[in-house]
Ligand binder design. Structure first.
Ligand SMILES: Cc1cc2nc3c(=O)[nH]c(=O)nc-3n(C[C@H](O)[C@H](O)[C@H](O)COP(=O)(O)OP(=O)(O)OC[C@H]3O[C@@H](n4cnc5c(N)ncnc54)[C@H](O)[C@@H]3O)c2cc1C
Length: 383
């Protein structure tokens, strides 16, 4: 397998890092303290074509591919994990649902706005009582003559309260379980839909997350993606794409933690020598480096498999997501230890990476859920 990057991919990777340094970094620490989201940054990312890697030209996309998108998400997260998140909300979540399952009318209605970030997107699965067990969701979509009525609550939805549109999963037939779930592409300015921010987060302070309330919200029949009852299938296919993007961000975190730790190892002296000279510190740096590299290769392999048109990449995706999440947490934890008391301080970025990295073990299927999927393949229960 050839992992070399094309000139175009390298240029996109460099462009994303340059953007992060010029547009995100200058206000990043201040924004972190104030928990400030800057919509203009997402809009600029859209203008630069960062969210057009999967969409065809007719929707203003470039079809540069999953690997290009992965590289850019990594570079943004390397500077600030909060700013890697919009890739999932503008692209890997809602766009893949539109591209893979929706009719032309829905694509026409939403795709360009998501690519250009003239509208902010999301995907809403999680509810107060339904996380890993997606099918236990209680939000309902009741069919009426001229549409569907949505009722229920979604929580921990990234992008909220700034969302204009997105994929909402709801039960059209609760008794039918998996086959009773449907997917809708919803205009969030519809009466009966309200958004509220969650303000108690551990990290990702510049990336909004919140709750959505549906109270007798009437959406048109045309909002239904594919057919009634296709929601579970659509959701799992979408997660196969969003998980890759979250794994990509985790790789950005592990890379940054190594970069910061190495710098500190050469600056900080104890016992008359730079701490990098100590064998135990070298053991930490050595292991961090291998964890990061292994995660990066799994993530690249997954993106490459998707770009090659491999029919099912569920196993590659779960492996990449699981390993990248765990290695980002390992690298962040080791970096905090290497920084000593300064690692415990918000004056240095490793403290922020340590908090932000936790999200990768939770979002889009926890590490346990990824291990469960991987084991099901290993045991032959899934093919
Ligand atoms: C920052 C952030 C952003 C998010 N963004 C979004 C978003 O945009 N859209 C969205 O829909 N959701 C979003 N989520 C929600 C996220 O996807 C869920 O939190 C996640 O799926 C886990 O669900 P839960 O928190 O309800 O945990 P639970 O499902 O209640 O799990 C609790 C614990 O039990 C374990 N567990 C559960 N089932 C099993 C099992 N079968 N085997 C072994 N262990 C198991 C889990 O691993 C976990 O440790 C976000 C969450 C966070 C933190």
């Amino acid at each position: 397998m050839d992992f070399s990057l094309t000139k175009e991919q390298i240029a996109m990777k460099d462009m994303a890092y340059d953007f992060a340094i010029k547009k995100v970094k200058p206000t990043m620490e201040e924004d972190e303290k104030e928990h400030k989201f800057r919509p203009e940054i997402v809009k600029q990312m859209g203008q630069l074509g960062m969210f057009g890697c999967l969409a065809p030209e007719k929707y203003d996309g470039s079809e540069a591919g999953h690997l290009a998108a992965t590289l850019m998400a990594t570079e943004l997260a390397r500077v600030s994990p909060s700013w890697g998140l919009p890739f999932n909300l503008q692209q890997n979540g809602p766009q893949t649902v539109l591209l893979n399952f929706a009719n032309e009318a829905l694509r026409e209605q939403y795709l360009k706005d998501l690519v250009n970030a003239t509208k902010f997107g999301c995907f809403a699965i999680t509810e107060p009582n339904s996380g890993s067990d997606v099918v236990s969701m209680r939000t309902t979509a009741t069919e009426v003559d001229d549409g569907f009525i949505l009722n229920g609550t979604k929580t921990w939805i990234s992008g909220v309260p700034y969302v204009d549109c997105g994929v909402v999963y709801a039960m059209t037939d609760k008794a039918a379980k998996h086959k009773g779930m449907s997917a809708f592409f919803v205009d969030f300015h519809t009466p009966g839909i309200t958004q509220r921010a969650i303000t108690t987060k551990l990290g990702l302070h510049c990336a909004p997350t919140g709750e959505i309330f549906f109270e007798e919200a009437k959406i048109p029949k045309s909002a239904l993606v594919a057919n009634k009852g296709d929601g579970f299938k659509i959701c799992m296919a979408m997660l196969d794409n969003t998980r890759l993007s979250s794994a990509a961000r985790a790789v950005g975190v592990s890379q940054s933690c190594i970069e910061e730790a190495v710098k500190y190892c050469n600056e900080r002296e104890q016992f008359g020598q730079p701490i990098g000279q100590f064998q135990m510190i070298q053991e930490q740096i050595g292991r961090m480096s291998v964890e990061h590299e292994a995660a990066k290769l799994l993530v690249y392999r997954c993106a490459w498999a998707k770009d090659s048109g491999k029919k099912s990449t569920t196993l590659e995706t779960s492996m990449a997501k699981y390993y990248a999440a765990e290695s980002a947490n390992f690298c962040a934890s080791e970096a905090v230890k290497i920084f000593g008391s300064y690692g415990f301080s918000s004056e240095y970025p490793v403290e922020r990476f340590f908090r932000d990295a936790k999200s990768y073990q939770i979002v889009e299927g926890t590490s346990n859920i990824q291990k469960m999927i991987i084991a099901q393949f290993a045991l032959g229960y899934r093919k």
